[in-house]
Write a protein that binds this ligand. Sequence first.
Ligand code: ZN
Length: 179
Amino acid sequence: MSILPILEVPHPILRKKAKRVRSNTKKELTLAYDMVDTMREAGGVGLAANQVGELWRIIVLQMPDEEESRIYFNPAIIKTSGSREVEEGCLSLPGYRGIINRSVWIKFQGLDHTNHVVKFEAENLLSQALEHEVDHLNGILYSDHLTEHRNLYTVTQEDEGLAEQDVKSAEIPTSLKID
Ligand SMILES: [Zn+2]
């Protein structure tokens, strides 16, 4: 088990599409468990393999109300419905949060750490986190979903958990600007 360095914008690997995992052998599982350790250490809700420099379709999640972390190989969003505004942050984009639209409901499929295909429906934070992490595997960052510049703002370290309070208008790095 080890803590891996988390890549930050504008690292090019964050813009690459990850490859499907053929089987989750010991090598893939070791990476997934290292990702779990890294995510927990960073206090994140999710982490995708691109963020630790590995272009494999692997994501891990830690829901605040769940004891065990979730590990999925070849995760896919197979159906979505609705649209809602959510506030989002990313470990690869520290110091920022943004307001974007995510689905209200999704249907998800992936391979779990025991090599079983899992299929379930999700809402709320779980669906938001799954959409965020699957986006990463396709080289997409949440800032790509911003509809207006003012919807991205800076947060101080102390605000990171309480992002709704006292937000300042952000100076947006060039790499984040919306076309
Ligand atoms: Zn992220």
